[in-house]
Design a protein around this ligand. Structure first.
Ligand code: NAP
Length: 481
């Protein structure tokens, strides 16, 4: 059987065979642009998920036994096949998650680069050798060889917003290090993920080394997360889901990339044109549906009017419409997410925020809304909006920004805009976040930089080198000579 059952229906991958669910049950995926069905994926039963995990575990020792160079070559071929499928996969990302075609194709190309870099970097992992005599009572003749070995079976769970990139950024490091993979794509974005896997099959994936479990996370999630044959979990998604998974999974490593409420802190001496440009693209690319989107601006009173005016001018020029029209602001992933953003806007308005720019509200298509004079009692000051609304909080000085940020439940990234680098370093030292960007928007990448969130934004570190590290554990062999 092939991946495609017909125009709309897709199979999933089990043991290098494309299969449907035995029950015939499927989950439908609706286009954010027009609510038409873009695809249907198998809704696997727990027994089918169990079989997929068991198979992935069975073949793991063989995969680990291969030379690292062979695993690396597979990843290089995967990158090549993926690039060949750029148009097809780009078109599917565009339809499934409502990204413009150019952004969707860029995601595929960036993913091929990420896989290649991982294929190289994975060859450079190494253990260490320790002599015993540094500890009292032990002698030089006691020596430890510390090897790096894979965990075994990795469960990779991806979110909807980068259905290919944030899947491959888990799968590639897992495979290069000798782990086998159970891949759970986000339902919205699952077909894009399956096409990415098709490229891996074309590249020569050995049977069973990666299996895909499709179906709603709420139905099969707990079962697979708690499966005794899963040895490590790597997850990107919402904070509530991540916390739920962390509680369920016990005695295995869990890496979590979760939500954020990244601030842009704008000081009096900032280059306001640059700050406005970075804030608009940082906050509103893909309609703000990015973990690292700028989600609140803290601007000192002296330059607040000017900054707000510059941001407003740029926002007014953005095109709002379906992703098929190549618009800048495209429909949100679903109605529930749009309703949540509208509720935050309504709450802020009711509590006295100034609406500087009001976006249209047409079902799940929301134009960008700018809210000024946002105060601490408003939900939009603290909640992750994950959509096209941007709150401005006016502050007296940087100490207020530090205080506001330290009370943030999230800790992914922060941006500081200032010409005084010394000041930027001092503020950066005081922010409890994974990454501080100076004079640039918050963003993930380049993909080999460490990427992490603290507090409710995650646990563990991603980024190519660190993701590879997270897929390995120490195994110690002690020689007593
Ligand atoms: P989500 O609703 O948490 O879903 C993420 C994944 O978890 C999906 O594959 C989902 O499957 C699955 N899932 C749901 N319930 C599960 C369970 N009980 N057990 C196992 N898996 C389960 O998140 P999303 O809406 O796709 O993504 C948006 C969120 O992700 C935002 O909060 C954003 O900030 C965050 N995010 C963070 C980063 C980062 O790097 N820090 C990057 C991107 C996104 P179904 O789709 O089938 O429900």
């Amino acid at each position: 059987m092939a991946l495609r059952q017909d125009d709309k229906k897709f199979h999933t991958l089990l043991d290098n065979k494309w299969v449907g669910s035995k029950s015939g049950e499927t989950v439908k995926i609706y286009s954010p642009d027009n609510q038409e069905v873009t695809g249907e994926i198998p809704a696997l039963s727990q027994a089918e998920v169990d079989a997929a995990v068991a198979k992935t575990a069975d073949v793991q020792p063989n995969w680990e036994a291969l030379d690292g160079t062979e695993r690396s070559e597979l990843l290089h071929r995967w990158a090549q096949e993926l690039e060949k499928m750029t148009d097809e996969i780009g078109d599917m990302i565009h339809k499934e998650v409502g990204k413009t075609l150019s952004a969707a194709k860029s995601e595929v190309k960036r993913t091929a680069q990420l896989i290649r870099h991982t294929a190289e970097e994975g060859l450079r992992t190494h253990g260490s050798f320790i002599q015993g005599d540094a500890f009292p009572g032990a002698s030089k003749s006691t020596k430890a060889m510390v090897q790096k070995v894979p965990h075994g079976v990795v469960l990779a769970i991806a979110p909807f917003n980068y259905p290919v990139n944030l899947a491959a950024s888990k799968i590639a490091p897992a495979l290069i290090t000798g782990n086998t993979v159970v891949f759970k794509p986000a339902t919205q974005g699952a077909v894009s993920g399956l096409l990415m896997v098709e490229a891996l099959v074309k590249a020569g994936l050995p049977e069973g080394v990666l299996n895909v479990v499709t179906g709603r996370g709420s139905v099969i999630g707990d079962f697979v997360v708690t499966h005794p044959k899963i040895d490590m979990i790597t997850f990107t998604g919402g904070t509530a889901t991540g916390q739920h998974i962390a509680k369920k999974a016990s005695m295995i490593p869990v890496v979590l990339e979760l939500g954020g409420k990244d601030p842009a802190i704008v000081l009096q001496d900032a280059d306001l044109d640059k700050a406005a440009k970075e804030i608009v693209s940082g906050a509103l690319s893909y309609s703000g549906q990015r973990c690292t989107a700028i989600k609140r601006v803290m601007v000192v009173n002296e330059v607040a009017d000017e900054l707000v005016a510059k941001v407003k001018e740029r926002v007014a020029a953005l095109k709002v419409g379906p992703s098929s029209d190549d618009a800048d602001i495209t429909p949100m992933i679903d109605q529930k997410s749009a309703d949540f953003v509208v509720s935050l806007i309504d709450d802020a308005k009711q509590k006295g925020a100034t609406v500087v720019h009001e976006g249209i509200q047409d079902q799940n298509l929301l134009g960008p809304t700018l809210l000024d004079n946002v105060t601490e009692d408003m939900e939009v000051a603290w909640e992750e909006q994950f959509g096209p609304v941007l709150p401005f909080i006016r502050i007296s000085n940087e100490l207020e920004a530090i205080d506001l940020e330290r009370r943030n439940a999230y800790g992914l990234q922060a941006s500081i805009f200032t010409k005084n680098l010394e000041n930027a370093f001092t503020i950066a030292d005081k922010l409890n976040v994974g990454t501080v960007q100076v004079n640039g928007k918050t963003s993930r990448g380049p993909d080999h930089f460490p990427f992490l969130g603290v507090k409710n934004s995650g646990q563990g570190v991603q980024g190519i080198g660190r993701s590879i590290d997270s897929m390995l554990r120490d195994k110690v062999l002690v020689l007593n000579l």
